[in-house]
Design a protein around this ligand. Structure first.
Ligand SMILES: [Zn+2]
Length: 259
């Protein structure tokens, strides 16, 4: 059994074969899928999917690449969506900081990130963090707000060993995705030196497919390739990877497993 802690399977990329894709993933032992939101336009489709497939769990938030002109208004709307139906959402996100795509909205990104940290603290839900070319800034913001009651996942972790340890010391988990299967990415070596007890698995479908599907649309069933690579890096069996990463995911998303 494996848990995919990060997949955008409500996107149009899956319109033609969602049922088959989910059936394949269940056949591969993927028992639960957690869906981080992107922006206001994706909430409805995500919730339709959660309704139809109870093993798929919605989260609510605003992606940093979509924190642009109307960020304050969008955050107000996201806050209302959460307060109207808090039980619909397993977590807050994805949020964070992205300095890779566009540097014109740095302030808006920080505003949106801090607002979502507040939402996570007040709703006692985990927060899903996206960080690209910004890991020290992102860690710094979490550090500033961590009063002991904030937890979540640094999704698609690809930092250094010391950044990994800082994240763990902050009470957060590392989201391990297809990037660990890429040659020359370097993240495999770092991951091999960090503790499995702070790791969860993710696909980030439809993006970042693991080898041998690199460059193609990612699917939840491909999680198994990342799990196999992690078992190789940590020199433990696939069963141990399944057991520990699933236990970690259940720790993070407690409320989604208590029903
Ligand atoms: Zn994502």
């Amino acid at each position: 059994m494996f848990i995919d802690t990060h997949a955008h399977i409500y996107l149009k990329d899956f319109d033609d074969d969602l049922d088959l894709m989910l059936e394949n993933s269940q056949n591969q032992g993927i028992s639960h899928i957690f869906m981080p939101n992107i922006d206001l336009s994706t909430v409805e489709q995500m919730n339709v999917l959660q309704n139809r497939y109870p093993f798929c769990h919605s989260m609510i938030g605003l992606h940093p690449c979509h924190a642009q002109e109307n960020t304050r208004g969008d955050i107000k709307s996201i806050e209302k969506i959460l307060s109207d139906a808090p039980d619909l959402y397993a977590g807050i996100g994805e949020t964070g900081i992205d300095f890779y795509w566009d540097r014109n909205f740095d302030e808006a990104q920080v505003f949106a990130f801090e607002a979502q940290i507040d939402m996570a603290i007040h709703s006692q839900k985990p927060i899903i963090i996206h960080s690209r070319d910004s890991l020290d800034t992102t860690i710094g913001i979490i550090k500033k707000h961590q009063k002991g009651n904030l937890t979540g996942i640094f999704h698609c972790f690809n930092g250094t060993l010391s950044q990994g340890n800082e994240i763990i010391d902050l009470g957060f988990y590392l989201g391990i995705g297809g990037v660990i299967t890429y040659k020359n990415a370097g993240v495999d070596k770092v991951v091999s030196e960090l503790p499995l007890t702070s790791m969860v698995l993710e696909t980030d479908a439809p993006y970042l497919s693991p080898v041998p599907y690199r460059g193609k649309r990612n699917e939840c069933s491909y999680l198994i390739h990342t799990a196999e690579k992690l078992s190789e890096l940590k020199n433990v069996t696939l069963e141990i990877i399944s057991l520990i990463t699933s236990r970690n995911a259940k720790d993070i998303f407690k409320n989604s497993f208590n029903q």
